[in-house]
Write a protein that binds this ligand. Structure first.
Ligand code: F6R
Length: 591
């Protein structure tokens, strides 16, 4: 949540920071702002609204300066207003701060600062930071020393950047449990929540550990540990797939990322077989295996649980990451915890994984984003390798998570290569699903766009796909949708079915077909509008979304794709922006 960027170098800073803000917008898009140092002035412009709108409204492109910081906001403390937008400043407007995370003890700090004569102008937790820096600079500290001095006073998780007229020409920053990464290109230096912000300029990056401090000047970049001792760091090369963030000719990233799924499996299978075999053995040997995840990643984990049981004969449990702490008592050194997270930043997961590690568990993570906090915490990381996903709603990363669970489960029976081959052959089936259903889904979305409630049902391995389909629709179209095991419908939810209520029935022609169809019939008898998602025609479908025939365990990967597309088209028909759904952000770094 929230994206921060800083640039210091030879070039005009503002165009670089503005460009970065657009690339960081997936992290939060309710407000944006920028602060720039130029000719002895600290220029600050900010407002509520999407990045492009704020840039236009405040004519940000005209700001001068070679040192600048910027912010895209996802509000946590304080309403979405101009005064709560970042950057925040000290009393004299000489210090500017951009921040991602939450300063949990901000109330106590604020009271102390107010007692000391400081004046606050926003409702945010962030504003304590520039005031604390102000005091340090007044005592004669350099900017980096000020950051070193105040960081231990801040509780919570954060990454922040600060610039000041009192110590101009530099950006100082630090982080704890939130990401911050530095990019270097000759005399140009970048620092951001995500390398994607500057990956068009450089692929040379350096990461910060928790509590380390970085200072960027035109002369170079320096790192310090929490005691202020200088650190020597080597630059690493950024994976090129992470540099790509263009929509190509698509109208939205979500659509592009749905379409990318026709190729993504080729990348996913490029894994080290030995690592998979060893990881599979660790899972098989463990006394208990717990998979923890949130949202779409949790639905992928539910499919994973089914695959582990069916293929590897290994039972495991899936625990929602925000609830994991309440189940942690039984975690010990004989436990394997598998954390599934596209971003590797989700606060609920990070917390659970830390607790599990403290209890001695082995932590294996499945992540897409490189250089994440979760990766640093894990004993073993498996990467999805499917490139950056920009749209807030997970699509290609979800498919990739399913594919990784498929590979892992077949590695349990030493069939990694056969599983890889099957996944590669699925590419063409995914293309077929998209091609043969596109026009039906467009028509369906037009027809159903004004419906207020959707139900998605399925059985067995596809139940999680029903839940994922419903989640996609909720996220991007703001329509109420519920996914559930088909057999559960009659235990309560059936009361909500009225004439015309859309019920999406995922019923591939496998062992669940007849039973699922019986449940669909129960809904149809109450007037439901049945959308059958199947490779087998059924008399009771009002609309039919066609699936290709694939192996039973591969149906989730072909069934989820048209459901994503349906959610996308419903969003478009309802006038919603599917890439930036209201109230949501891609990386959920708060609990
Ligand atoms: C759904 C979605 C969210 C995420 C959830 C977990 O489209 O994007 O539900 O799946 O916030 O995020 P990660 O996987 O980054 O931990």
């Amino acid at each position: 949540m929230c994206g921060i960027i800083g640039y210091c170098g030879q070039k005009p800073a503002v165009p670089i920071v503005l460009d970065a803000l657009k690339r960081l917008e997936y992290r939060g898009y309710d407000s944006a702002g920028i602060a720039s140092l130029s000719d002895g002035e600290l220029l600050i412009r900010k407002d509520a609204g999407k990045v492009d709108d704020v840039i236009r409204k405040l004519n940000l492109a005209s700001l001068p300066g070679n040192v600048a910081i910027g912010h895209t906001r996802w509000a946590t403390h304080g309403a979405v207003t101009q005064s709560n937008a970042h950057p925040h400043t000290d009393c004299g407007g000489r210090v500017a701060v951009v921040h991602n995370g939450i300063v949990e003890n901000n109330r106590q700090l604020r009271q102390g600062l107010i007692a000391g004569g400081h004046k606050f102008t926003s409702e945010t937790d962030t504003e304590v930071i520039p005031h604390l820096v102000e005091d340090e600079l007044r005592n004669g500290c350099s900017l980096e020393q000020a950051v070193l001095n105040i960081a231990p006073k801040l509780e919570g998780s954060y990454a922040f950047l600060v610039i000041s007229l009192g110590d101009p020409g530099k950006i100082a920053g630090t982080r704890r449990n939130n990401p911050l990464i530095v990019g270097i290109n000759g005399p140009d230096y970048y620092v951001s929540s995500d390398a994607l912000a500057f990956s068009q300029y450089t692929n040379q990056v350096m990461s910060l550990e928790d509590n380390e401090v970085v200072v960027l000047t035109r002369e170079g970049v320096e790192f310090f540990d929490a005691r202020g001792c200088k650190l020597v760091k080597q630059a690493r090369k950024l994976d090129h797939s992470w540099a790509e963030s263009s929509k190509d000719s698509y109208q939205h990233f979500m659509l592009k990322e749905i379409m990318d799924q026709t190729q993504v499996l080729d990348q996913i299978v490029r894994q080290d077989e030995k690592t998979f075999t060893e990881t599979a053995l660790d899972i098989l040997r463990a006394r208990q295996v717990i998979i923890t995840a949130c949202g779409s990643s949790r639905y992928a984990a539910l499919v994973g649980r089914y695959l582990f049981s069916k293929v590897g004969k290994k039972f495991c449990d899936v625990v929602m990451a925000s609830e994991f702490g309440y189940f942690a008592d039984s975690v010990d050194k004989n436990t394997v915890v598998i954390a599934v997270s596209q971003s590797g930043e989700t606060a609920d997961i990070i917390d659970g994984v830390k607790a599990a590690k403290d209890a001695g568990a082995q932590v294996i993570s499945i992540i897409n984003r490189p250089n994440s906090i979760l990766a640093d915490l894990s004993h073993q990381v498996i990467y999805l390798n499917c490139g950056a996903e920009i749209a807030v709603a997970a699509t290609k990363t979800f498919l990739s998570q399913l594919a990784l669970f498929y590979l892992l489960s077949f590695s349990m029976i030493n069939d990694f290569n056969e599983a890889s081959a099957k996944l590669i052959s699925l590419n063409s089936e995914i293309s077929k699903v998209l091609d043969c259903n596109k026009s039906e889904l467009i028509t369906l979305s037009q027809k159903l766009k004004d419906k207020n409630d959707f139900y998605y049902i399925a059985r067995g391995i596809n139940f999680a796909i029903a839940s994922e389909g419903a989640l996609k629709l909720k996220e991007v179209s703001y329509v109420h949708a519920e996914g559930m095991p088909a057999g559960e419908l009659k235990h309560g939810t059936l009361a909500l079915i009225e004439p015309g209520t859309p019920v999406v029935v995922i019923c591939p022609a496998d062992y669940t077909f007849n039973e699922t169809l019986s449940n669909a019939m129960e809904a149809k008898s109450r007037g439901a509008y049945i959308i059958g998602v199947s490779d087998k025609e059924g008399d009771l479908y009002d609309s039919w979304v066609r699936l290709p025939q694939v192996d039973e365990l591969l149906y989730p990967m072909v069934a989820v794709v048209p459901l994503q597309l349906l959610a996308y088209y419903v969003a478009i028909n309802r006038g919603c922006d599917p890439d930036k759904p209201r109230n949501l952000a891609k990386s959920v770094t708060v609990k």
